[in-house]
Design a protein around this ligand. Structure first.
Ligand SMILES: Nc1nc2c(ncn2[C@@H]2O[C@H](COP(=O)(O)OP(=O)(O)O)[C@@H](O)[C@H]2O)c(=O)[nH]1
Ligand SMILES: [Mg+2]
Length: 390
């Protein structure tokens, strides 16, 4: 699928940077255009893949290029004030190739948390293509201000996009490390899961005679996401069987025996089970999904049309009967066979409830704190025999 990808803030920029790297590594070209937007110059300079001319510094009159900390109201204000600058940056890069927009941001901070919903709203007004969001939720260890920011950004962002991919730092943080130490590994996981779905809609049809014929296209991804609100992704993989040259030749000239196809069918179904029931980008009850898409990616000779169909039926049952699409993504020479499950319109997400409660508690505590502090300062400055200047 050809995307116009916008990374807002530091986390957002890093994710789009990695998606571009994923494109390069795999030879796919799902990111047709990319833009990194930030109030902090150093964050923009830290990117490696997004070309220098596609990095946009905003809010300079306010932040002087030094960022705005975790103030997401300020992030939203700057994005709103600079919306025409952003809009012309999008226009100038051209959108004729674009099948969809993707706006990525970490929702716990300031620039991306506040800015992503603003730009998403604008893109929806201006273009007819779908606008997707990718929101990264903070880890609880980051503290209550980050939870509050994320909860407020989330409820705003979700209204402005056609679907919102969610990734939860809290459930992906590696045991015994800090969240910052986990970033790189988490980012690679996000790029892999999203990259494979975006790339699938781009896959060339396999040459005749090869098994992986049920290739999916962009419209199937778009239809799965349509009206879906929250989307999460499951992933599992195993090493592909090594097939030597002789084996490849044999595969070309021989129809698969029933034993071989039975074997690959079982494998594909078990991969998809593991993908759906393993760790999702955001933990949720898969039964609450409205729609889903199953994708099997790997060397064409190890894909099984029957397997993909069985896996699709299994998932249909697992999500309780919603619409499930399925297809293959043949990647010649790939070392892995991967099962990817895209769940769309999930509604039972305990982590969001938890985050909202943390945010409400934080809001109450902050209000109490500033009230008490106001009283203390009043007390401190109350010197009866002195008069203020004016
Ligand atoms: N997964 C991941 N999350 C990040 C990364 N950097 C920041 N975050 C998360 O995103 C939130 C916002 O941080 P940041 O993107 O630096 O804020 P901004 O630049 O003001 O938009 C943080 O609270 C973290 O939860 C990263 O590299 N990877
Ligand atoms: Mg930062």
């Amino acid at each position: 699928m050809k995307l116009f990808a916008i990374g807002f803030g530091q986390a957002g920029g890093k994710i789009i940077d990695l998606l571009l790297e994923y494109d390069k590594k795999t030879g796919q070209s799902s990111i047709a255009r990319a833009l990194a937007i930030n109030t902090a110059k150093t964050d923009l300079m830290g990117l490696t893949q997004i070309p220098m001319e596609d990095r946009l510094l905003i809010g300079q009159t306010v932040s002087k290029g030094h960022g705005i900390g975790a103030d997401n109201e300020m992030g939203a204000k700057i994005a709103t004030d600079d919306i025409y600058t952003i809009q012309s940056a999008v226009d100038a890069r051209g959108t004729h190739m674009t099948e969809a927009f993707l706006v990525a941001a970490g929702l716990g901070g300031g620039t991306g948390s506040g800015g992503a919903p603003v730009i998403a709203r604008r893109l929806k007004k201006l273009y007819s293509e779908p606008v997707y969001g990718l929101g990264i939720l903070p880890s609880n260890e980051e503290g209550s201000l980050y939870s509050l920011n994320a909860a407020r950004s989330l409820m705003t962002f979700i209204k402005e996009v056609d679907a919102l991919f969610l990734f939860d730092n809290d459930s992906w943080k590696k045991e015994g490390t800090t969240i910052v130490e986990s970033y790189q590994y988490i980012n690679e996981e996000i790029a892999r899961r999203l990259g494979i779905i975006l790339g699938a809609g781009e896959a060339p049809r396999s040459p005749k005679g090869v098994v992986g014929e049920s290739v999916i296209d962009s419209s199937e991804i778009i239809n799965t996401l349509k009206g879906g609100e929250i989307s999460v992704i499951g992933y599992a993989r195993e090493e592909a069987q090594r097939v030597g040259l002789l084996g490849k030749l044999r595969n070309m000239f021989r129809r698969k025996t029933s034993i071989e196809s039975l074997d690959s069918t079982t494998k594909v179904v078990s991969l998809v089970r593991r993908a759906a029931m393993g760790r999702l980008t955001m933990p949720c009850d898969i039964k609450s999904a409205e729609k889903a898409l199953v994708l099997i990616a790997g060397p064409p000779e190890q894909l099984s049309r029957v397997g993909t169909e069985k896996a699709r039926l299994w998932l249909e049952d697992a999500i309780g009967g919603g619409e499930v699409r399925g297809g293959d993504y043949p990647i010649p020479g790939s070392k892995y066979v991967a099962g990817v499950v895209l769940l769309s319109g999930v509604s039972n997400v305990p982590r969001i409830k938890e985050l909202q409660q943390l945010a409400i508690d934080a809001q109450v505590r902050m209000a109490e704190f500033s009230e008490k502090k106001g009283e203390r300062i009043e007390e401190l400055m109350n010197a009866e025999d002195l008069q203020p200047l004016f």
